[in-house]
Design a protein around this ligand. Structure first.
Ligand code: ADP
Ligand code: MG
Length: 484
């Protein structure tokens, strides 16, 4: 297959459905709540009983603008709604309210790392507002399909990319970036496993250098980011093999089976629905004013790529550090607070990515549950900087004490527990002399040229001082004493 991957190129465009974290539904004031008792959040409006009228949810519009601005899209002023008609057992209206010809966002892009780790912009065709359908449940009753309409009317944004993606890794990275973005914007929880972000992949292959795209196949039902990648990998190989065998690729929709890692045909485009789109007669167009856009700009949080650029360019952190710090918004915001109090950027980053993350991982906690305030943690870092406690004492003794005691500062803890480093020369000399007396032969060997023995004496002094000897000073005094 490798040889064939040299010969062929994959072309991929993704469609991502993003469920919005609004309190109410897209066109009614029914609760938008995942996990409630089935069929409990469904008024006559969600069920589209005759005579009811939908209403637009302002929050959906605001979230669309947030995502559009974050992706540097063009925003549309006059937004019309359209009906997309099709029958589905779990769609009570018999149509979906969507935006057909007037998506609120067009153009724009999502930044990601390509296979070589270089920044790449994947262009967006559009982002539009629409609503989700209900849910058919096939695995709870052996004889019947159960229907839960709570999800019907959940506000969605659908993001459609241009066919700019060239590999399964890039597609995976794209989904990661979109998830990160919607979580930063707090418009969607981004949990693919729960269906709050869903991805369909359009895939074709062509010989490298060919001017035209091949026929695309749409793959559905990937319920995790890894499965998006697996489905695309399988589909690329399948299509290359077919083309090599002189077979034709059909324009069809295929379904991914996570158990086998393969895709199977669902329906061909010939029997595709004719959705008979027409303008939604019950909703007037809504106008997106500059005032509204400015209002959204005001609540725009810092974006991951902005923070990443700041950390690498201004703070001179490595790509790796910047990546880890910006992965999760609340971690980045914690870091932002740290560096407002301390200019030891790298030391702050190390503590956050080391001890703090280690603790959170071990306890399975989110950083919002981390018990040490930024001020107290930075206080500990300052103690290290001032040479009052060593890095290892800070990690082994002060950090655990900060975790246990919610009130005391690092300085108080170090003081009370007698952890403040001894840089008083008299005290140090006491330990040094005792260490040399304990190993007279080694001291002679050192003098005779075995300089490697310094470590032994350093260790001995550390032990005698209970780890509190200032290493730099000890080192200097010890050399002096041994050379005598
Ligand atoms: P359709 O008319 O079937 O909806 P669109 O042109 O609207 O097709 O594109 C839908 C999605 O398929 C977009 O994400 C687009 O980037 C992607 N796409 C279009 N053509 C191709 C192709 N030849 N190969 C892979 N993806 C494609
Ligand atoms: Mg289309």
């Amino acid at each position: 297959m490798y040889r064939l991957h040299e010969k062929y190129e994959a072309v991929i465009g993704l469609e991502i459905h993003i469920q919005l974290l609004t309190n109410s539904k897209a066109y009614s004031n029914d609760l938008n709540e995942y996990g409630d008792e089935p069929n409990s959040n469904i008024s006559a409006i969600t069920l589209a009983h005759p005579g009811v009228l939908p209403k637009v949810n302002e929050k959906q519009l605001q979230f669309a603008v947030l995502l559009g601005l974050a992706c540097e899209c063009d925003l549309r002023e006059e937004n019309q709604y359209a009906r997309k008609n099709y029958f589905y057992a779990d769609m009570p209206k018999g149509y979906q309210i969507t935006q057909d010809e007037t998506p609120i966002c067009t153009n724009g892009f999502v930044r990601l790392k390509d296979a070589d780790g270089k920044e790449k912009k994947v262009s967006l065709t559009r982002i539009h507002m629409e609503e989700d359908s209900g849910k058919s449940i096939h695995d709870q009753d052996p004889f019947n399909t159960l229907i839960d309409l709570n999800r019907a009317g959940t506000p969605l944004l659908e993001m459609v990319t241009e066919p700019d993606i060239r590999s399964s890794e890039e597609a995976y990275n794209f989904v990661i970036e979109v998830r990160k973005l919607v979580r930063y914007l707090e418009i969607c929880d981004g949990n693919m496993e729960e269906g709050s972000m869903r991805c369909d992949a359009n895939i074709s292959v062509r010989e490298r250098g060919a001017a035209k795209y091949g026929t695309k196949v749409e793959v559905k039902n990937m319920n995790s980011m890894r499965n998006v990648q697996r489905a695309i990998e399988y589909e690329i190989d399948r299509q290359i093999e077919a083309v090599e065998n002189g077979e034709e690729i059909f324009h069809e929709t295929r379904s991914f089976d996570a158990a086998t890692g393969s895709t199977a045909g669902m329906r061909s485009k010939e029997d595709a629905n004719d959705y008979r789109y027409f303008p939604e007669p019950d909703l007037l167009p809504i106008y997106l004013t500059q005032e509204k856009i400015d209002g959204v700009k005001e609540i725009m949080p810092p974006l991951p790529h902005e923070l990443y650029n700041k950390y690498t360019n201004e703070l001179k952190l490595s790509d790796y550090d910047a990546q880890i710090l910006t992965d999760i918004k609340d971690v980045a915001l914690y870091y932002e607070k740290m560096i407002a109090l301390s200019s030891n950027y790298k030391v702050c980053a190390n503590w956050l990515m080391g001890e703090v993350k280690g603790y959170l991982n071990e306890k399975g906690l989110h950083i919002s549950e981390f018990p040490i305030s930024v001020e107290r943690l930075v206080g500990l870092i300052q103690l290290i900087e001032e040479g009052k406690v060593s890095n290892s004492i800070a990690g082994q003794k002060v950090f655990p004490a900060l975790l246990e005691n919610g009130n005391k500062t690092a300085a108080q803890i170090a003081d009370e527990q007698g952890l403040v480093q001894e840089d008083d020369s008299d005290a140090l000399m006491g330990y040094i002399k005792a260490a040399i007396e304990a190993y007279p032969e080694k001291a002679a060997d050192y003098k005779g040229g075995k300089k490697g023995l310094l470590g032994l004496f350093m260790g001995e002094v550390m032990k005698r001082s209970g780890g509190k000897a200032d290493p730099k000073k000890t080192n200097a005094l010890l050399r002096e004493e041994l050379e005598k």
